[in-house]
Design a protein around this ligand. Structure first.
Ligand code: NAD
Length: 433
């Protein structure tokens, strides 16, 4: 089949490349010229394990093309995926659909033949209906919802072995076409789930809000553990062994971040608001998650004292999770500027390199080696659980023998740290220091 992906970001690029890899011909379109130039020179503009190689193979096999020329890509393809961003509007819970609607207007303007238009972007309930209206309800267009569930860092595996493929359409004949598109995955056992278009749109928001709820729940239980001398890992294990609950997303840590949970929980509340439905659980999740960021900063004050002027604070990892370079809504974006503002000297290391988000901060330096980043630390904040942070010898890395380790991911054991004379704080465990 011949596909056009509008938007070549984390979703459009990965799914476009993976579609090409299962034999389809794919045109990845983006309005960002430098992104397309980079891709045409054989380099991925994002960090995603395994993606570079897959791009090269499929580009070389002439199944995968990158272009800014949407009219040309539309001419050559039958199914068009909308994969553009759907951020929240500024200072608002509601979703900014301008990228989706602009893409739709371009499809209308440049499409001569019949087209199936599929929204892969996460869009509020009823967006498919609005897209149809923009397309003037022309018969040649069929609008389908196919929300994407891939996780950054595991995106290729998630495309190849999805828990489910959700297709929402009000025209039953399109289910067959979509099933054919995904046939290599369905044949391997992927669950192919169909519903109406609004149903598919809501499944995505409800799934993300539920996962955010699970994380927030265990984070609050972790707070309780810290005050009651209990180890949160025991609780996660004990709870997670119940198959009705499940063990995933029950690891306590910092507040959730990233490009999806923060915006999609807010988006879901705004969907509810529009029809006078009070989604009070999701509202409290958002509130609790915001509170948690402050709680982490308060904890740093408890550890270092009120005045942290000139304290050397090292961040290990700044992305919202490992195996991605995505900084959107990472907790570090709040923690680092705050600590910097009150006088701390920040040094950070991240496997995906320096981050433009911190360029304006005078006393915040990226170090390309863990050793250099940690050398003079008073406090090391283990922010992201990259594999390379899992067995560090901190006594060798840090010169200052009185340094403190604040492990936001519980990668280390409190007992081992005590044995090594390291003053250690983690999440949801009784303090041993
Ligand atoms: P992104 O910001 O990485 O990519 C969007 C791309 O679209 C950008 O490269 C932008 O230049 C391009 N674009 C915008 N308007 C365009 C237009 N008119 N023509 C051509 N290109 C255009 O976003 P993303 O992370 O890939 O997310 C895309 C959608 O998928 C969002 O709705 C998001 O919620 C959803 N989603 C994201 C993830 C994830 O992990 N990132 C997972 C599942 C679903």
């Amino acid at each position: 089949m011949k596909l056009c992906m509008i938007g070549t970001g984390y979703v459009g690029l990965v799914s476009g490349t993976c579609f090409a890899d299962i034999g389809h011909t794919v045109y990845c379109v983006d309005s960002n010229k430098s992104k397309i130039e980079k891709l045409n020179s054989g380099k991925s503009p994002i960090y995603e394990p395994g993606l570079n190689d897959l791009i090269k193979v499929n580009h070389k096999a002439k199944r995968l093309f990158f272009t800014c020329n949407l009219p040309d890509a539309l001419k050559k393809t039958d199914i068009v995926f909308i994969c553009v961003g759907t951020p929240n509007k500024k200072n608002s819970l509601s979703v900014d659909l301008s990228y989706v609607f602009n893409a739709t207007k371009e499809i209308l303007k440049h499409s001569k033949a019949k087209k199936i238009i599929v929204t892969k972007s996460t869009v509020p309930v009823g967006t498919g209906d609005s897209i149809e209206k923009i397309l003037k309800n022309k018969k040649k267009f069929t609008v389908i919802s196919n929300p994407e569930f891939l996780r950054e860092g595991e995106a290729i595996r998630d495309f190849r072995y999805p828990d489910r493929i959700v297709i929402g359409s009000n025209s039953p004949s399109s289910f067959k076409i979509m099933k054919n598109l995904y046939l290599p995955l369905v044949n391997k056992g992927a669950k192919f789930f169909t519903t109406n278009r609004r149903g598919a749109e809501l499944i995505k928001y409800a799934s993300n809000a539920f996962l955010a709820t699970k994380i927030t729940f265990i984070n609050e239980i972790a707070n309780l553990c810290e005050k009651t001398g209990i180890n949160i890992e025991d609780i996660s294990l004990g709870m997670g062994s119940d198959l009705r609950i499940g063990s995933r997303f029950l690891r306590a840590g910092p507040a959730y971040g990233g490009s999806c949970f923060p915006k999609d929980t807010k988006g879901l509340v705004s969907i509810g608001n529009k029809v006078n439905i009070d989604l009070s659980i999701v509202k409290s999740v958002i509130k609790s998650n915001e509170k948690r960021k402050q709680l982490l900063l308060n904890r740093i004050h408890q550890i270092l004292g009120k005045n942290i002027k000139n304290k050397n604070i090292t961040f290990l990892g700044v992305t919202f999770k490992p195996n991605t370079d995505d900084m959107r809504d990472s907790v570090s974006l709040l923690m680092i500027p705050y600590l910097h503002k009150i006088g701390a000297k920040i040094s950070y290391y991240d496997p995906t390199g320096e981050k433009k988000e911190f360029n304006q901060l005078k006393n915040c330096k990226f170090n390309p080696e863990i050793k250099i980043a940690c050398k003079n630390a008073d406090l090391v904040v283990l922010h992201t659980d990259w594999d390379e942070f899992k067995s560090l010898d901190f006594n060798k890395l840090v010169k200052n023998k009185k340094f403190i380790l604040y492990d936001l991911r519980n990668l280390y054991s409190s007992i081992d740290m005590k044995k090594n004379n390291i003053k250690y704080f983690s999440i949801g465990r009784p303090s041993t220091s």
